[in-house]
Design a binder for this molecule. Structure first.
Ligand SMILES: Cc1ncc(COP(=O)(O)O)c(C=O)c1O
Length: 426
């Protein structure tokens, strides 16, 4: 064990990790494009874009230069009563990329805080108008982050059991599938008809942490239409689905009906530095305008609007303006599509699903679809031994690589996933 790892184990408390039983972490000292290089001379393909954030790969020079220039020009400045060119540029560009009504950009630090801001916007939108609408409808299996508001509207279970008694009540619709879609819409209609709902919050088209579970844009359109009928605000949590993951810039680009609020983070800065955005319609913004200061959105963070993060995000947007980025996304989509038949009807596989650059393979498991599935550890170790960093979600193995991944690297990943699933049925 290296000296650095010894120091890590002495002082570092890692996220989502049982420190007593976990293996020592891998010491990564350098990364470039899709590759992570470890201290002991090994290399790993970063198949899940380092918690789904590094959309353009590591060490991208355009983003690195933008960060460096910004750091020398203006690193950070208080964002209340002060503004700066990069925040203005980013807000304008984001508003131009989103559907026309989404115009007002609120800055925070990460996905969870972008969600907290969205919830506070929704609750206060009604509060400021003197209307009592305090309920939120979410989908079963949802994950919106690890802060208390986000946990309240997420799947209850092992992850948040110790805190559950602190959560505000939320209502959940079952996850839609071909057998229950209409029933769920009827249930939503019934719930919304109570007039008590402030908002509907969904991860559009894909529930990431639930195991890359996917549902159709047409069903979501129907759900949003019901929300509209009863004046329920619609929030799309696009923290995971934005930035080309679903094959389009935003998942909402697959939908006919658009949200009133959208949460953005992860790939927003190309995965270089943390940043969260909550973008709302002009109508929502207007409800916070009043002579009384108490009607304002009294929320903020020390790093709100950080100039370096804004510069990274603008540089990432530049890369999305390049044709090569979209050619790469299309190449990955095609490659996944061509590979599906390799995994379908496999005796060890329950189902294969894909949207855009996400390919998910759900393994058959007697433990069911659980994050603590023992298959998960088996798969994780197997992939590491083979030079792939793939962090399965329970019994769901998935690929959502940086868009610069080469065909050769993609095919290497498919072949090792194939070898792993074959080993389960032998
Ligand atoms: C859909 C969704 N929302 C919110 C979050 C929370 O983001 P963060 O981890 O940046 O707080 C995540 C994280 O995975 C997510 O997938």
């Amino acid at each position: 064990m290296s000296d650095l790892i010894r120091k890590d184990l002495k002082h570092v408390w890692h996220p989502f990790t049982q420190m007593q039983t976990a293996q020592a972490p891998i010491l990564i000292t350098r990364a470039k494009d899709t590759l992570l290089f470890s201290e002991d001379g090994r290399e790993y393909i970063d198949c899940n874009s380092s918690w789904w954030v590094n959309v353009h790969g590591h060490g991208n020079e355009h983003i690195a230069n933008a960060i460096s220039e910004q750091a020398l020009q203006l690193d950070h400045v208080i964002f209340a009563g002060v503004t700066h060119p990069k925040a203005i540029e980013l807000s304008e560009r984001i508003a131009n990329l989103l559907p026309q009504l989404l115009q007002k950009v609120f800055f925070s630090d990460d996905g969870s805080t972008a969600v907290e801001v969205a919830l506070k916007m929704a609750f206060q939108f009604w509060y400021n108008q003197g209307k009592s609408k305090n309920r939120i409808l979410a989908l079963d299996g949802a994950y919106h982050g690890d802060t208390f508001g986000a946990m309240s509207i997420g799947q209850r279970g092992y992850f948040n059991q110790p805190f559950e008694h602190f959560f505000f009540d939320a209502d959940f619709l079952d996850f839609p599938d071909s057998s229950n879609e209409n029933q769920l819409l009827e249930k939503a209609d019934e719930l919304f008809a109570s007039g008590e709902f402030a908002a509907l919050m969904v991860e559009p088209l894909v529930q990431g942490s639930a195991g890359m579970r996917m549902y159709s844009a047409s069903w979501l359109d129907k759900l949003v239409a019901i929300a509209r009928k009863y004046e329920v605000l619609v929030i799309f949590d696009e923290v995971m689905t934005a930035w080309g993951r679903t094959g389009k810039l935003f998942a909402m680009d697959h939908c006919a009906l658009k949200p009133d609020i959208v949460c953005l983070s992860k790939g927003l800065t190309g995965g270089f530095v943390p940043l969260g955005l909550t973008v709302a319609t002009e109508k929502i913004y207007q409800a916070f305008l009043a002579p009384e200061k108490t009607k304002a959105l009294l929320h903020g963070h020390s790093f709100t609007g950080n100039a370096i993060a804004c510069a990274a995000a603008c540089a990432s947007l530049d890369i999305f303006e390049r044709a090569t980025t979209w050619e790469n996304i299309a190449r990955i989509v095609k490659s996944h599509e061509d590979k599906i038949s390799r995994f379908e009807n496999h005796p060890s596989i329950e189902s294969v699903r894909m949207i855009g650059t996400i390919l998910a393979i759900e393994l058959k498991s007697e433990e069911g679809n659980t994050y603590f599935s023992s298959l998960r550890d088996q798969a994780y170790d197997f992939f590491l031994e083979n030079g792939l960093l793939i962090r399965p979600l329970g019994n769901v193995i998935f690929l959502n690589p940086p868009y610069c991944i080469s065909d050769k690297q993609l095919h290497f990943a498919y072949s090792k996933i194939g070898a792993f699933v074959d080993s389960l049925s032998n």
